[in-house]
Design a binder for this molecule. Structure first.
Ligand SMILES: [Zn+2]
Ligand SMILES: [Zn+2]
Length: 260
């Protein structure tokens, strides 16, 4: 199966019980982490994620709400006596950031930590049952979204192999339509409601209507929205707005696993 468990659905800062971005992807082979905002390891405990099965961590970009939880998580893996290898994929400077942390705290990792610098769009991981590739998004700094595709449909399911795309942070970008075309589940950020489209544009983020427009034109199966602005206590209005354009929309809720 492919499943997406939301650990953090908020933007920028934690607020209203919501956390910065992190998602666990369950695959037939292992678990993946897409982004690792602050609080990720607490959320992993809260939702009983089998952290020892996480073998690959993908970081979309170096805004803190997407990676401030990474060094803490990697350190905890060390304290827990992890010995199987772990690979982190992310922007090139992330390697130095991690190494500085571990050097200054005199931390020796007891497990092999590999780093894969993401240079551009393309294939990142070819696992037995799935592939992960990345694509560029339109953001204030270099940012990538991720696309996971199952290689073969499961035997008891007669339909096609499943696919999931995660846009990370992005301004409305028509180029995404072709990239995420026909995926079963699309997670598109909706930092702002429709009324704040100007603000979204200025800050390189998207609105509910923009995410829904991408979903509609890309003919995806279902749209999940998240990365909600901390200014808004309620997320239901985001869902209502996006459904005006793309009815098969759900606001991503923390602790919920969405089957792809
Ligand atoms: Zn963000
Ligand atoms: Zn960002």
């Amino acid at each position: 199966m492919l499943g997406v468990t939301i650990l953090g659905n908020n933007s920028a800062i934690p607020a209203h019980g919501r956390h910065p971005t992190a998602q666990v992807i369950t695959t037939p082979d292992d678990l993946l982490l897409f982004d690792c905002g602050e609080g990720t390891q607490i959320q992993i405990l809260n939702y009983k994620i089998r952290r020892g099965r996480i073998n690959h961590i993908f970081i979309s970009h170096l805004h803190g709400d997407h990676y401030y939880g990474l060094v803490g998580l990697l350190s905890s893996f060390a304290l827990l006596g992890r010995n199987q290898p772990l690979t982190v994929y992310g922007p090139a400077p992330l390697k130095e950031l991690m190494e500085r942390h571990f050097a200054l705290s005199d931390t020796d990792l007891p497990y092999p930590l590999h780093f894969h610098a993401i240079e551009g769009a393309g294939l990142l991981l070819d696992a037995p049952h799935y592939t992960v590739s990345c694509f560029n998004t339109k953001h204030r700094i270099e940012c990538r979204g991720f696309l996971i595709r199952q290689k073969k449909a499961e035997r008891r399911r007669s339909d096609k192999p499943r696919s999931y795309a995660f846009t990370a942070d992005t301004q409305f970008d028509e180029a995404l339509i072709e990239i995420v075309k026909g995926v079963d589940l699309l997670y598109h950020e909706t930092t702002y409601p429709h009324a704040l489209a100007d603000k979204a544009y200025a800050r390189f983020h998207s609105t509910t209507h923009q995410a829904a427009e991408i979903a509609k034109r890309a003919q995806v199966g279902k749209l999940l929205i998240g990365h909600f602005s901390a200014k808004f206590e309620e997320i239901e209005p985001f869902e209502v707005e996006a459904r005006e354009i793309f009815p098969a929309t759900e606001a991503a809720r923390e602790g919920v696993t969405y089957l792809v």
